[in-house]
Design a protein around this ligand. Sequence first.
Ligand SMILES: [Zn+2]
Length: 221
Amino acid sequence: MTKNIRKAGSINLLRTQNPVLDNGERLTRDSNRLDREQLEILEKSFRQLLEAIGEDPSREGLVKTPDRAARAFEFLTQGYRQSVAEIINDAIFASDASEIILVKDIELYSMCEHHLLPFIGRAHVAYIPNGKVIGLSKVARIVDVFARRLQIQENLTSQIAESLMNCLEPSGVAVVVEAKHLCMMMRGVEKQNSVMKTSCLLGCFKDDARTRSEFLALLKE
Ligand SMILES: [Zn+2]
């Protein structure tokens, strides 16, 4: 028997059932894992990849590589099987705060969707509450939900900002991401030290120049 418990706001979590993902699908597993069949497809693909580059997948050092690589990929893409609503459901609190709340230097590990190579950096996430605040550690987990998918940095930045905007309905959200892209560093142009910066400003951070400059000043501290 299941019981439908609805929590505050637009968050939809059925307590005794599996959570609903952002795209509306119900999660059919109790975790972020891939199912057996999906893992087997990944393993087979990695074995073919090794053969395609002229390697011998049966040599000692590589025997377990397809299995290990499949599990690494499962972990690195677990964001597809997570929902922001599920993560922050228990961590939204009523508050009168109306100043900028900034979580700085959140470590970020993602993978570029063009080359399947990592990009690594930091995210800075700020918002101005409008009645609701969220636990600080949850901000970092929201960053992970979107980082652990195939991404381009621009989309990652705006997805973090928009999901906070939807979940908390704050006066504004500002997200800045700075990252180094291994696809640039290891191949092609080999620009070792270039850092890409992206930002997404919503609400009062976009509309009000003073709020925006206060945020930029906080970032420099
Ligand atoms: Zn790339």
